[in-house]
Design a protein around this ligand. Structure first.
Ligand SMILES: NC(=O)c1ccc[n+]([C@@H]2O[C@H](COP(=O)([O-])OP(=O)(O)OC[C@H]3O[C@@H](n4cnc5c(N)ncnc54)[C@H](O)[C@@H]3O)[C@@H](O)[C@H]2O)c1
Length: 343
């Protein structure tokens, strides 16, 4: 297959592109940033958030190579950053619109990367079945951008016959997630700080429970979705992809500490505005529709994540330095990085 991956310089995009290539498919990436981990697949540098006139062969007047399916991952994906800079949430919706117009023109099936954030801070539910999402509980501009994107996709399916799968991810970790000056995701941030003997801050207290997904499980779910959608076996479904188990951030920090052979110094702080404080995915639909079963629980994934991080650091010792806060484009702001849990 020929697959277009937007957001191909990001964590999931990089892992997915390499996995698809290893499976024998050809990948064409689009991202506004260079890939800092690999140049093993071709990609185009392009800002997907422009207000472009529609163009059949690609977005923004650029002719893309012919593809069979689109995986749309490009987004501003930092929950708390989008509370501070909500225009980036609007850009997320514009990117989805541009990708949808492109898919509509060429009748391409689309896979979209949504998030558990669309459920809001769901202390309201015992279980998180896909139908439980409700826009009245939108927690943050980031959630709003993903709810809006989902709504656009559902409307394109009804009005223009778009064939799609929407995946809702949760705290993906494990490889190509260490660009902390850009993203500061919670687990690589813990690994960075604990390995340097620095204290970590857990926002939301010792009861904050999240569903961490090892990146190979996530990518395997997307790959199964690609094949099922391309073959017409599964279409027009919204599916949670996570491990399906809750872990406190305290346990996550302890697991990182024991892998690094040190006791983490933990500070607690109130939850950051817009962040979810409890989520455990219901993953039965992914099992039933895609035959997908995640294989890496947190205590199996953290050793792999720490090993990958250590190997990368050994080759890039200059990254072993204190972090200042930075926006997504790497502009530092001179105050301490908040350890937001992300999406
Ligand atoms: N990683 C997670 O835990 C997680 C959880 C839930 C949802 N998601 C969603 O999955 C997708 C992939 O996540 P990720 O972790 O790989 O994020 P990421 O930030 O590592 O990758 C997203 C990529 O999109 C690119 N991008 C942003 N704005 C762009 C623009 N205007 N034009 C072109 N490219 C642009 C970024 O440069 C980045 O490389 C995102 O949509 C994110 O919201 C991720």
């Amino acid at each position: 297959m020929r697959v277009l991956v937007t957001g191909s310089s990001g964590q999931i995009g990089t892992n997915l592109a390499l996995r698809l290539q290893a499976d024998g498919h050809s990948v064409f990436g689009v991202d506004k940033r260079q890939n800092t981990w690999t140049d093993d697949f071709p990609y185009l540098l392009q800002d997907l958030a422009g207000h472009y006139p529609s163009f059949p062969g690609g977005i923004g007047g650029v002719e893309y190579p012919e593809v069979d399916l689109v995986v749309h991952l490009a987004a501003h994906a930092k929950v708390h950053q989008l509370v501070r800079q909500p225009h980036r949430a609007l850009e997320n919706a514009i990117m989805t619109f541009n990708v949808l117009e492109y898919a509509r023109r060429l009748s391409l099936p689309l896979i979209f990367s949504s998030t558990r954030e669309v459920y809001g801070d769901v202390h309201r539910f015992e279980e998180y079945g896909e139908e439980a999402a409700d826009f009245a509980y939108t927690e943050s501009p980031y959630s709003a951008s993903k709810i809006a994107s989902e709504a656009f996709i559902y409307s394109y399916a009804r009005c223009y016959g778009l064939s799609y799968l929407v995946f809702r991810f949760s705290n993906v970790y494990g490889r190509f997630d260490n660009d902390l000056r850009r993203m500061s995701r919670v687990l690589p941030l813990f690994i960075h700080q604990i390995s340097r003997g620095e204290p970590i801050t857990i926002y939301g207290g010792d009861e904050k429970v999240l569903d961490f997904t090892y990146v190979d499980d996530c990518v395997d779910g997307i790959a199964r979705g690609i094949y099922a959608l391309a073959e017409g076996r599964v279409a027009n479904e919204t599916i949670n992809l996570a491990y399906g188990e809750g872990n406190t951030l305290v346990r996550a920090a302890d697991l990182v500490g024991s892998e690094l052979g040190t006791d983490p110094q933990v500070q607690f702080a109130p939850s950051l505005l817009g962040e979810v404080t409890r989520y455990v995915a219901d993953i039965r639909k992914a099992r039933d529709l895609l035959g997908w079963t995640p294989t890496t629980p947190l205590d199996g994934g953290i050793p792999k994540a720490v090993a990958w991080f250590r190997d990368w650091r050994a080759a890039h010792p200059e990254e072993d330095a204190p972090l200042l806060n930075a926006d997504e484009d790497g502009v530092e702001h001179g105050f301490k990085q908040p350890a937001g849990a992300g999406a």
